[in-house]
Every structure is written in structure tokens, then in C-alpha cells.
Ligand binder design. Structure first.
Ligand SMILES: [Zn+2]
Ligand SMILES: [Zn+2]
Length: 512
């Protein structure tokens, strides 16, 4: 195997440059609508925000766009894989690993994180998804302040915890412990900046029984008044904090301006939010929903819900370009007026994407209570203790790990101590699934296996240095794709008098 940090590796000498089968066609990430829109409008977005605001967009936003354009491009580096059965070889481009909007990188991270949570973190228990969205007028402020956003998230989780402990006390458990994971999603289905939280909370609490044993107490299903209680507690505790957020904290920068413009585009009604009732409460601009519930055995459902909370903002499969150049996003759920499609100017999409890019080193996932990384009880409640993890990447089918937890008819009886052996049940696996397992888990069996015969793929060579990659591609007779940005366009009124500029020869990395 190659040394750590090597930029070039061949399983056998010459494996990277051996001729590919005739008729081989590499995957073309640059053919997607999103890629083309970014190529064509990035320069315009950058110059537009520079004109409005001397500084322009923050560096991390610009980098996000530029790296995205290289994602999957063979010219940046590639992996050569070979089918173990029929011998067919293909090249796979390296990914950008960005977290802002790249559909394939976020899609992969989504699958990996959701699998990790279900296999290694979330205890076997029935679950409830608690979703809270924030007052419309504060969304922009919260989007620009991770500190305040984090404070609201903690207050939200504290309100749910307080309610759970109250329920447990009513059942006779004074020392009950709670745990949850909370996802921060920064957009809504219309791709607007809309920071909100999805928390996966066991409908249960944990009680210590001595000798390191932990029992699970399943709580009664919340009623409408319980959700109202949680919402009231959240609003009461958040108000002093949000009052501090109200005054202007400095003039808006280029990113704020983009986000502000999105808020103006659509009516200030939270269009996608569920109506009150059915475990949904609106209070002081907050909206709290707790209707989504999963049975204790529904681990696949739990994984799907985690994936939903981690999903990429722009689903490539639902974005298309019309002949008139406008973009169309098919919505998963129709808007209140019955509209099922959102029509966008390409520049509107660009501005919205810019508004969604998280600051560097900001986390999307937070652990609370017994699931916090430092919590003493964590190893006793997670499905598999990380201390015992072996390096094994194989994963048993879900059916084999089915929790023999019987659905109890009565909620009133506390059940303690019966789940201890079950909490330890699942199979060990390494922190990151190998990509084949991961793709299989996400997309089914077709993608990780050979397209021709379904055989298993193995890596025969890789190169991660662009210069070397381009040289190898030329030897293989593949024209390497290099993204080129179109020139910045003039504002619309000027454009009337000027011919529309096409792709110009501006290199992607003039100064990188
Ligand atoms: Zn094959
Ligand atoms: Zn990517």
C-alpha cells in the first residue's frame, strides 16, 4: 500500500495508465444544471456583492463555490477501480468535501453520519422528532450569530428535557436522565436562509440501577398541552436572550444583504410549516412540532429521519433548467397555494446558495444529556460502546439486529431494567463505513457494484495531484474537464444594449 499522504498509488506498476476499454465514458459532474449555473454566474455574484459592499462575500463563501466546481472532476485527481468479476475499469473523480451545498458531498456525509448515529450513538428506544422553527424577524440575526443560535438550541433542548423529567417524576422516577441529538438545518425547502432545529429525542428516559446498569423508562406520548408546555417554556427562557439580539449589531455585510433580499422575496409567512394542532404549536413566532414518532424497532425509519435532517439543500434530481434559462425546483410537498414548483432566476439561486454556506468549523450536529461525548452514562446507553469497536467494516443486515422490544399496550407502567442486554446488541463497525457499504446503504446495490456484471469493485490506482492527473488522463485519451467561469454580467438594464457574454477564458483559479 502507498505511504501516508502519497499523491500517487498503483496496486501494480502501470495500473493507472493501462488503456481503458473502448467505449469507456467517464461520469461528467460538470453536466449537471447546478454546476453549469455556478460556472456561468459565479463571477457575476462576486462582482455584484463587491459593488454593493466594498468587501464582497466572505472568503469561505467564495471558496465553497470554487471548490464545488472541482468536485468529481477527474482533472483534480481520481481513483481507478476495477471490477473483481468482469475486469471492467472505471475512473472516479475526487470529491470537494464541502458542507455548504455540494449535493454529492453532503449526500455522502448525510448517509455516513446517519448510519453512524443509528449504529453507534442512538440508544434502542422509541423516538420522537421535535422540530422548532424560529421567529421570522430573527432568522437573519440568528443566521449570522452562531453564538445566539447555539444558545437558542440549548434552551430548546432544555425545555424538552424539563418536560421529560416532569413526566418521569410523575411515574415515580426522580433521578431520570435524558438524551438527544439535535441537527441544525440552515435552509427551508425554498432554499431560503432559515436556521431551525430537528431533534431526535427518545420517547423515554434513562435510569441508573447500580453496577453500571441502565434501564429505559418509556414515557407516555405527549398530548397537545404537553407540546404547548414545552413551547411556552422555550419562549419564556429565550425571550431575554432574543431581546439582546434585537438592536442593530453593526451594518449588514454582503452576506447579510443576500439573506435580507431573500426574506423580501417571499411573504413573511412560514409557508412550509404545519398548521397548529396535532402536536404543533405556534407561539411568539416560534413553531414547535412533535408529531413525528417512530416505533422502538424502527431503526431504518430513524436512519431515514436523520438523513432527512442532514440532507443537501439542493436536490439535483429535482432541479432543472427551462428553455428560457430559468430554473425550476420541484418541491417535495406542495405550497399552501397548491404550487409544486419553484421558478428561480439562476442569480437568485446563486444568492440563496451563498446565504446557506456555514462558517468554517461550525457543527451541524449536537449531542445532549447522556449522549454528550463526556457523559458518564454514554457507553452504557449507546447501541455499541466505541471502546469495544473493532476495525470491522462489515455490517449485519438490519433484520438481524431487530430489537425484541415488545410494544407495550399501557403507557402507565414504568419498565426498568429489561433493556440492559439489548442496549449492547448491535454489531461493531469502524467509525466510517467503507464507501461501498455506504453507497449500498443509501442507494441500494447498483452503484457500488460493477455496472456491467454487478461484481465487487476494488481500487487499483489513485492520483490526488492535479498536474499528474491531467497528464495521466491525456495518456488515457480522456480530455480533462477544467471549469471555466463566465465573465461577470452587467446588471439587466445595461444588458439590453450589450450582447450577452458567453463563456470567457477566465481560468477558475486566477490566484489560488
Ligand atoms: Zn463487472
Ligand atoms: Zn463535492
Amino acid at each position: 500500500m502507498a505511504a501516508r499522504g502519497a499523491t500517487f498509488f498503483e496496486r501494480r506498476e502501470g495500473a493507472a495508465r493501462a488503456p481503458l476499454a473502448s467505449g469507456y465514458l467517464p461520469r461528467r459532474p460538470e453536466k449537471t444544471v447546478l454546476h453549469q449555473v455556478v460556472c456561468e454566474h459565479l463571477a457575476t455574484l462576486l462582482s455584484e456583492s463587491r459593488q454593493e459592499d466594498g468587501g464582497g462575500l466572505p472568503g469561505f463563501v467564495e471558496r465553497e463555490f470554487r471548490r464545488y466546481l472541482t468536485c468529481g472532476s477527474l482533472a483534480q485527481g481520481f481513483v481507478r477501480v476495477r471490477c473483481g468479476r468482469c475486469g471492467e475499469e472505471t475512473l472516479v473523480g475526487l470529491s470537494c468535501k464541502r458542507r455548504g451545498f455540494c449535493p454529492s458531498c453532503i449526500g455522502r456525509k448525510m448517509a455516513d453520519t446517519a448510519a453512524h448515529l443509528v449504529d453507534r450513538v442512538l440508544p434502542w428506544a422509541p423516538y420522537r422528532q421535535w422540530v422548532v422553527s424560529l421567529p421570522f424577524r430573527l432568522r437573519l440575526r440568528l443566521a449570522r450569530s452562531e453564538e445566539f443560535l447555539g444558545a437558542v438550541r440549548r434552551l430548546f433542548m432544555a425545555a424538552v428535557k424539563a418536560w421529560q423529567r416532569r413526566q418521569a417524576r410523575a411515574l415515580g422516577f426522580k433521578e431520570a436522565r435524558t438524551g438527544a441529538v439535535c441537527f441544525t438545518q440552515r435552509f427551508d425547502s425554498l432554499l431560503r436562509t432559515n436556521p431551525h432545529f430537528h431533534a431526535m429525542v427518545p420517547d423515554a428516559v434513562f435510569v441508573e440501577e447500580g453496577e453500571g446498569r441502565v434501564g429505559l423508562v418509556v414515557l407516555p406520548k405527549p398530548r397537545q398541552e404537553d407540546v404547548e408546555w414545552v413551547a411556552a417554556r422555550l419562549v419564556r427562557s429565550a425571550q431575554p436572550l432574543l431581546a439582546k439580539l434585537e438592536p442593530e449589531d453593526g451594518p449588514p455585510d454582503a452576506l447579510d444583504r443576500l439573506r435580507l433580499a431573500q426574506l423580501d422575496l417571499l411573504p413573511p409567512s412560514p409557508v412550509q410549516e404545519a398548521p397548529p394542532g396535532r402536536l404543533t404549536v405556534r407561539l411568539a413566532g416560534f413553531s414547535l412540532q412533535a408529531a413525528t414518532h417512530l416505533h422502538g424497532n424502527d431503526r431504518a425509519g430513524l436512519e431515514a429521519l436523520c438523513r432527512y435532517a442532514l440532507r443537501p439543500p439542493v436536490p439535483l434530481s429535482r432541479l432543472s433548467q427551462r428553455p428560457d434559462g430559468k430554473l425550476e425546483l420541484r418541491l417535495k410537498r406542495p405550497l399552501p397555494g397548491g404550487k409544486t414548483r419553484l421558478t428561480l432566476e439562476p442569480m437568485t439561486l446563486m444568492r440563496r446558495l451563498a446565504g446557506l454556506v456555514p462558517r468554517p468549523r461550525v457543527h451541524q450536529l449536537h449531542y445532549f444529556g447522556v449522549l454528550a461525548s463526556h457523559a458518564g452514562l454514554r457507553p452504557s446507553v449507546t447501541p455499541h460502546s466505541s471502546r469495544k469497536a473493532s476495525g470491522v467494516c462489515r455490517r449485519e443486515p438490519l433484520a438481524q439486529r431487530k430489537l425484541p422490544l415488545v410494544q407495550r399496550p399501557a403507557w402507565s407502567e414504568p419498565r426498568v431494567g429489561e433493556l440492559e442486554p439489548l442496549l449492547k446488541a448491535p454489531s461493531p463497525r469502524a467509525r466510517t463505513l467503507d464507501w461501498r457499504t455506504l453507497l449500498a446503504r443509501t442507494f441500494g446495490d447498483q452503484i457500488h457494484t460493477c455496472r456491467k456484471c454487478g461484481g465487487p469493485l476494488e481500487v487499483v490506482a489513485y492520483v490526488t495531484e492535479p498536474e499528474k492527473a491531467v497528464q495521466l488522463l491525456e495518456e488515457l485519451g480522456i480530455t480533462p474537464y477544467q471549469p471555466r467561469l463566465a465573465r461577470a454580467r452587467a446588471p439587466p438594464q445595461q444588458q439590453l444594449f450589450e450582447p450577452s457574454p458567453g463563456f470567457a477564458a477566465d481560468p477558475l483559479y486566477p490566484d489560488d
